[in-house]
Design a protein around this ligand. Structure first.
Ligand code: ADE
Length: 241
């Protein structure tokens, strides 16, 4: 039984497949942890040209996704999977964060061995200049990837699927969900990490990591994690001033 099923409604499934069929996301599907299906919005298009967009009322540039193909695509999935929830990538949505990723993963990080819940997310990828606002009525979670505007919802869909999937037990090699959570040290950023060689072009791995003293190493990592988090907070503040 899959933990999470994603159905992606898109006009460009060929833009998504190469990434989703590579590396960890491929393995996660092979191991039956997630499943990914595509629904081509064009199949629900109107008229002989299977049109999915039109010009905005009131004037303005560009084309907007029409309601009919979107509602029909979602309703055809929901007629088989009534519990599926709809995610809409949009710049006006709630900002995607690790906190939300954990919530959407359905993993109980305090009790990783508890029986898991299965989830089904429909990700609707808009394209063109935008969408008819009435589409919001059929959306459960409008999600923004950040304060910038992309040409469509495909990249956000990849990021949403990737960030959720890496938290699911069995996806990252050999790590338990509890260990995965410690990757991000609670709400702090991860500490810096190093691998061999100990010296590269005059740059040395911090001495403490070579010391074998696990107490000192843990303390150093905690400190570094806090320093990084504070540095990023002051950087973001500087950027918004
Ligand atoms: N579609 C266009 N821009 C986007 C953004 N920043 N986040 C999510 N979806 C988008």
């Amino acid at each position: 039984m899959h933990r999470i099923k994603f159905t992606i409604i898109t006009l460009f499934p060929e833009a998504l497949r190469p990434y989703l069929n590579s590396s960890m996301l491929f393995k996660a599907q092979e191991r039956g942890i997630i499943s990914i299906e595509y629904s081509n919005l064009r199949d629900f298009g109107l008229g002989p040209h299977k049109s999915v967009d039109d010009t905005p009322y009131g004037g303005g540039d560009g084309m907007l996704l029409r309601c009919e193909p979107v509602f029909e695509a979602i309703e055809s999935i929901k007629s088989i999977h009534p519990d599926a929830e709809v995610i809409l990538p949009t710049p006006v949505g709630q900002t995607w964060s690790q906190h939300l990723v954990k919530q959407f993963s359905g993993v109980d990080f305090h009790n990783p061995d508890s029986p898991f819940v299965t989830k089904h997310y429909i990700i609707l990828c808009p394209h063109y200049e935008g969408y008819d606002e009435r589409i919001m009525q059929i959306v459960d979670y409008p999600i923004s990837l950040g304060d910038y505007v992309l040409t469509g919802g495909e990249l956000p869909a990849l990021i949403i699927i990737d960030s959720i999937t890496r938290l699911l037990p069995g996806v990252l090699g050999g790590t338990t969900s509890a260990a995965i959570e410690s990757f991000s040290e609670g709400d702090n950023l991860e500490y810096p990490q190093y691998t061999k060689p100990a010296e590269f072009r005059g740059m040395n791995v911090p001495e403490v990591l070579l010391s074998g003293n696990h107490g000192k190493i843990a303390e150093w990592r905690r400190e570094q994690s806090q320093l990084r988090t504070a540095a990023r907070a002051s950087h973001s503040k500087g950027c918004s001033e």
